[in-house]
Design a protein around this ligand. Sequence first.
Ligand code: CTP
Ligand code: MN
Ligand code: MN
Ligand code: MN
Length: 429
Amino acid sequence: TVPEGNEFNGTFPEWACQRKAKLEHLNKKLTSAVEVLQEFAELRDSNQDYPRALAFRRASSVLKSLPFPVQSVEQLKGFKDIGEHVKTVISDILDHGSSSEVDDIEKSEWFKKMKLFTSVFGVGPSTAKVWIERGWESLEDAQKDGCPSGDWRIAWGLAFSKDLNTPVCRSEAIAFSRIVQREAEHILPGVITTLVGGFRRGKPEGHDVDILLSHPTDEAEIGLLPKLIAALGKRGLILIGHKEKNSFRSDILYQDFKLSTRGQLDHFEKWLGICKFPKSFSKSKDSESNSEVNQETSFTVPALEATSDSSLDESINDLYEPKAKKSKSSGAIDTEPQHVSAAPRDWLARRVDLIIAPISQYYYALVGWTGSKHFNRDARLYAQKKLGLKLTSHGLFDLQKREPLTAETEEEVFSHLKIPYIDPTDRNC
Ligand code: CTP
Ligand code: MN
Ligand code: MN
Ligand code: MN
């Protein structure tokens, strides 16, 4: 029997942060269509808070959590986040197999160029629009211009666009996390290293590797990042990157915060850059895709532990042998990428984010850096509207009482928010 929307939606949680959303769900065809509309709205208006994009995001988030495949728009009756526009798109797909509105967007040259240009590290919708206005059609056109904006991210992003647009696989993320753990542990014994971002949500691949670092003793983490970057550089793993200082200010904690894209930015000390991953980090994907390493979804990297995968262990250990080649580029990093990309090489350029959080903020940072982006946006809006609390990656703050709600586990973050704990792999809303 086909479930009726209105018999079911009475028990359907109102907020995305209260629902389970697995990577694999029953309405992929519909959500990928709605996500094209969402992406188009975001790119066109260069403002991620634009209500139109938000409406598409909310609708696809509902579809991701439905326990049945939608077979008729009747089943969506009463879901307030699924409006008439989305219903039309859905019934087109259910009736004819596709939506002409979505197809037209996907075919449009403007959309294709915007997607191509914003795929470059450091390029957002406004830069992409400038490039289109200049008549550029391809990344080669941008490369010919040299360093189009003077932004290091764009210069290096363009020089290594081929590598960076090849998805990072889980084995690469795990191998790199273990090296970061090993180096960080050497500098700061007891350090906590956690692979976050999409990989913690169970994604098989991603556009970068996000690693969150902390230490059980408050302030012990101070000074770790520069030493860690130097150590990774010595191993020949750093291509280019920049550190951002901690800009957290407790005096602005209780100021009203607007739930804009700005509200998404945090103030942690971090390093954003491009690393050199030995090609041996990416194992052959076919036969081994079901190995233990690939199934491991969420972990805090144990110190100096074997990976249950001997070939991966070998390639990590290679870096620790006395003969391990040390990159000359590690000491003085060249800011002109052009010459680097020509020669054949045994590594791939990969985007890496390293974030440092004091333990008092760690579990909120863990939630924030695990995502998804929509999960964060929704949880922050929920906290504000339902609880009168301000949620950020630094903590949860009672604006009236002017006090923080501290958390010593991730579960505690959820219990402060009065929502059942949601596993990271269920936060793909
Ligand atoms: N994030 C954040 N502050 C930033 C950048 C990112 O809080 N300045 C959060 C995002 O909301 C996201 C997570 O950190 O939930 C990881 O960001 P990102 O790497 O951009 O996205 P992923 O979900 O990891 O997706 P991908 O696999 O494409 O990397
Ligand atoms: Mn981009
Ligand atoms: Mn990521
Ligand atoms: Mn990232």
